[in-house]
Design a protein around this ligand. Structure first.
Ligand SMILES: [Fe+2]
Length: 145
């Protein structure tokens, strides 16, 4: 009888361990999905959710000479409420993050201007994080001669 109990106990441990592994794997996938930024499926015909989350990128120019300053206005047309707001904006040149901006919703709209001095052509990537709707992204190629 004691042997049966021990076998059942070991079996329960194995099953429990396998279930824990499944839960951890599911959690890992979920975390990756949460970090995968959403984009506009059709930038010319955005859904209301996309229109309120995809960052708008407005460079002063789409082509410039190396070393020239490029002013880029970034705006997100999103509600500014204590319970629902944009938490953070990140700016990348290609894959390199060049800025992280944390917002205080009561006093700060989701808008900022960055000034870049690129030496070569690059893709400007902007991501924003909504506290309810997650991570969003927009991209724009900038030509540098
Ligand atoms: Fe939102």
């Amino acid at each position: 009888m004691a042997e049966m109990d021990r076998r059942d106990f070991v079996k329960a441990l194995v099953v429990g361990g396998a279930m824990l592994g499944t839960v951890q794997a599911a959690g890992s996938v979920l975390a990756q999905e949460q970090q995968q930024p959403k984009t506009a499926k059709d930038p010319n015909n955005m859904t209301p959710l996309e229109a309120h989350h995809v960052p708008k990128i407005e460079p002063a120019a789409e082509s410039l000479k190396a070393g020239e300053e490029l002013y880029v206005m970034i705006t997100i047309d999103h509600p500014v409420l204590p319970e629902h707001h944009i938490v953070q904006i990140e700016v990348f040149m290609d894959d390199k993050k060049i800025g992280t901006y944390t917002l205080t919703p009561e006093v700060m709209r989701a808008a900022l201007t960055v000034v870049l001095t690129p030496k070569k052509s690059f893709e400007l990537v902007v991501r924003d994080l909504c506290n309810i709707h997650g991570l969003w992204e927009n991209r724009m190629k900038i030509e540098v001669a």
